[in-house]
Design a protein around this ligand. Structure first.
Ligand code: ADQ
Length: 457
């Protein structure tokens, strides 16, 4: 491919070596293709109409700033109080406010105009996530016919949930101006195609792509993964215990952003049930690492309080002088420490109520000692369950199901642990993050180019 690669994501990678998964996934591709990364940066301030160029990376970084109002309405509002709950089956938490959608559209429009000024005819664009669903439509309105790919990191909403939006049909229109829409799983692709099947404007072509107006859209799954070798390397270094002298004899690990979609209260309750059912005699500890996010959104304040209450009450009920059942750490920790924590754990609990993929599940598998691996307990509603079918799959809404999986994980014989781990490890390798980005870009390059006419004015 001759053209450059332009990546757009919510936050621009900060500093020369940020550890985030997306940066690791795209750093090589973007550096090789003389690429540019576009994203928001800094604190809200003056609106910018042209990009600020940031120095210090092998690829070009162009940053834009949101105003305080845009941050409230576009980011905390439409993106995180409408689209996030909608895509995570929490329509009860959707907050519809006209100014949210207004600013969501205007930020995307402004960004499209800024991108137009730096775009060359053979550049390829890769847009990431729900913050930018209408970006291709805005670019097409400006006459852009470059190939544009989109990847949705979170679950694709069901047709029924979409009807919560005041104009549900806009969703199909937004996506229809991309050439390729990448989703995490086969189930996401099925929901997306169900949306187009119900839309009279869409027509299915024999190869399964969707014709919508003048555009032809491909919808495919590209399950995201981790940088497997570097994670194995971090985990197998003989690092000192992150607990110092306070390491529990046996512990189960949970690592999540503090988000209601991750099912952490259900996990705590199930751990309580396991303790009640006789598990307390084994004195295991649940180590939960959950840094806060989106603290200005009420649903996030509510879950923070709820978790503190459950953890406090279970510790009150079961703790002894030398054993605290739940250790709840409310902050970010270093990646190296995280790898060591995973490796020393007897099991991991991933109990998302809905989750695009869940990289913690893959990190935990990669971090294990294959000779004596820990057991992954995984929600069947996390995208990762489509690949990690030999994890102990649980229904996160069923407290008893999770409680008995905890018991089973802690009692599992070594040969069964090895067998399940080897299977999961193969799946983790098959979805290594470098393959993920290479495959997406290869398919995007082969997509039919767009005629220079917007499909949905
Ligand atoms: P997230 O919802 O952020 O991502 P996840 O896939 O689990 O969820 O990734 C979280 C990352 O943050 C992991 O790499 C994890 O190690 C790290 N992390 C979490 N808590 C941490 C802590 N306390 N300290 C340090 N690191 C921590 C969204 C979607 C997911 C999808 C990803 C990638 O919601 O479903 O898998 O994007 O597409």
């Amino acid at each position: 491919m001759a053209g450059r690669l332009i990546v757009v994501s919510n936050r621009i990678p900060e500093g020369p070596n940020p550890a985030g998964g997306l940066v690791v996934a795209l750093k090589d591709a973007i550096t090789e293709k003389n690429g540019t990364w576009i994203g928001a940066y800094g604190e809200p301030g003056e609106a910018t109409d042209s990009f600020d160029e940031l120095e210090g990376t092998p690829y070009r970084r162009l940053a834009f700033r949101l105003t305080a109002e845009e941050h409230s309405n576009y980011y905390l509002g439409f993106a995180n109080s409408v689209l996030w709950p909608l895509c995570h089956r929490r329509v009860d938490l959707v907050e519809l406010q006209p100014e949210y959608e207004r600013d969501y559209l205007s930020v995307n429009r402004r960004l499209a105009a800024m991108i137009l000024r730096i775009l060359k005819p053979d550049d390829m664009l890769w847009i990431h996530d729900y913050h930018f669903l209408p970006l291709a439509q805005e670019l097409r309105r400006l006459g852009v016919s470059n190939r544009i790919g989109f990847f949705l990191h979170i679950p694709f909403p069901s047709h029924a949930d979409l009807s919560v939006l005041p104009q549900p049909e806009t969703f199909a229109g937004w996506l229809a101006d991309y050439n390729l829409v990448g989703l995490q799983t086969g189930a996401d692709v099925a929901r997306c195609l169900e949306m187009y099947r119900a839309d009279p404007r869409a027509e299915f072509l024999p190869d399964g792509s969707v014709k919508f107006g003048m555009n032809i859209l491909s919808v495919r799954s590209f399950p995201i993964g981790i940088d497997v070798d570097s994670f194995i390397e971090s985990a197998s270094r003989s690092a000192p215990s992150p607990f110092g002298r306070e390491e529990p004899a046996k512990y189960i690990i949970g690592v999540d952003r503090l988000d209601y979609s991750k099912g952490i209260p259900n996990r705590f309750r199930a751990f309580g049930r396991f303790l009640e059912n006789g598990g307390a005699e084994k004195r295991p500890c649940l180590v939960q690492i959950a840094p806060p996010t989106r603290e200005r959104v009420k649903a996030y304040q509510d879950i923070t309080r709820e978790l503190e209450e459950i953890a406090g009450s279970l510790n009150g009920q079961f703790a002894t002088l030398d054993w605290t059942p739940i250790r709840y750490i409310h902050r970010q920790i270093e990646r190296e420490q995280l790898a060591t924590l995973y490796r020393r754990a007897s099991a991991a609990l991933v109990t998302s109520l809905a989750d695009g993929m869940n990289l913690v599940a893959k990190e935990f598998v990669a971090a294990q000692d294959p000779e004596d691996p820990g057991v992954l307990i995984l929600s069947k509603f996390a995208g990762a369950a489509e690949q990690l079918t030999e994890a102990l799959l649980v229904n996160p809404y069923d407290t008893d199901d999770i409680a008995s999986a905890i018991d089973r994980a802690l009692e599992m014989p070594l040969d069964e642990r090895r067998r399940r781990h080897a299977f999961c490890m193969q799946a983790v390798r098959r979805t290594d993050v470098s393959l993920w980005s290479t495959q997406f870009l290869r398919v995007l390059e082969r997509c039919m180019p767009t005629l220079n006419l917007p499909s949905s004015m």
